[in-house]
Design a protein around this ligand. Structure first.
Ligand SMILES: NC(=O)c1ccc[n+]([C@@H]2O[C@H](COP(=O)([O-])OP(=O)(O)OC[C@H]3O[C@@H](n4cnc5c(N)ncnc54)[C@H](OP(=O)(O)O)[C@@H]3O)[C@@H](O)[C@H]2O)c1
Length: 256
């Protein structure tokens, strides 16, 4: 996720690699990001934060307890943006107690091609200038909206995990197309381009998905027959279960 944000910022021109630094947990993600983007690879946490105004925290929730405890003091006067699923601003503020503000952010992976959507939340006392900075940083990576804190786990399920759900749906159509007799190459082209083209149609026409669905669904036609299977299998109920499971896991992750 950190890499997606950094790459998106650089691609938009909003972030200059020479003014950005990264630090990982001893694996190869940070060295690779630095090498591929020109960002500075910090050697340790003091070095990372010495000249920084904003820290983007993007470790896994399970890794939070392993973070260098000095971060609490080293972020004095800085703005901390956390993308950790399930982490409340209260919990973050207790750790980054010297920061001038903490923001819980939920971006998604399409930020790396600047087609993301990011929701964020902060306490009401976040200075206007910092709220504007968050909007600017994530605004150049796609759509951005501020939400009430109690909605963040739902946001995480819908748009944070959403790309994962979408890719599984694409893969499922590809697999079904192949099982129905198309070659792998044919199935890939037809399934992917159908989803990409449909998403563009949705975006460019501004119509509701129901209207666009109805436009390809003749009464008792072949699309109708396929949709009846969704109906019988209770697709919309299934999606509610998918979101509920994802929200529940975010709540658990926030306690790690
Ligand atoms: N993936 C998504 O679509 C998505 C969407 C929204 C939010 N998020 C949130 O994004 C966060 C990261 O998810 P991810 O999928 O990007 O995980 P990931 O690929 O495993 O990345 C975790 C990063 O944290 C670094 N790290 C681990 N321990 C560290 C430590 N002690 N000090 C400094 N850096 C440390 C890792 O560095 P090393 O490689 O050196 O170990 C790695 O760069 C999660 O909290 C998740 O909830 C993810």
């Amino acid at each position: 996720m950190a890499s997606a944000i950094a790459r998106g910022l650089i691609a938009s021109g909003e972030g200059k690699p020479t003014e950005m630094a990264c630090l990982g947990g001893g694996g190869n993600s940070a060295p690779r990001l630095a090498e591929e983007t020109g960002m500075r690879l910090a050697q340790e946490i003091d070095d990372l934060l010495a000249e920084a105004d904003v820290l983007v925290l993007a470790c896994k929730p399970q890794q939070f307890k392993l973070l260098d405890p000095r971060l609490g003091d080293l972020t004095r006067g800085k703005l901390v943006l956390s993308v950790l699923a399930g982490f409340t601003t209260e919990r973050l503020a207790a750790f980054f107690r010297q920061a001038r503000g903490v923001v819980a952010v939920m971006p998604n992976t399409p930020t790396q091609v600047r087609a993301g959507v990011t929701a964020w939340t902060a306490r009401a006392d976040l200075p206007e200038a910092d709220a504007a900075l968050v909007q600017r940083i994530f605004g150049c990576l796609g759509a951005v909206l501020r939400v009430e804190e109690n909605l963040m786990n739902t946001v995480s399920a819908v748009s944070g995990s959403g790309p994962g759900f979408f890719f599984e749906v694409v893969a499922a159509l590809e697999a079904a197309a192949e099982a129905a007799g198309l070659s792998g190459e044919q199935a890939r082209l037809l399934a992917r381009q159908t989803f990409i083209g449909s998403a563009k149609l949705l975006e460019q026409t501004g119509e509701s998905p129901e209207t666009l669905r109805n436009a390809v669904t003749s009464p008792n036609g072949s699309t109708y027959a396929g949709l009846q299977v969704f109906e019988r299998r209770k697709l919309r109920e299934t999606w509610k279960e998918v979101l509920a499971a994802s929200v529940a896991r975010s709540v658990e992750l926030g306690k790690m």
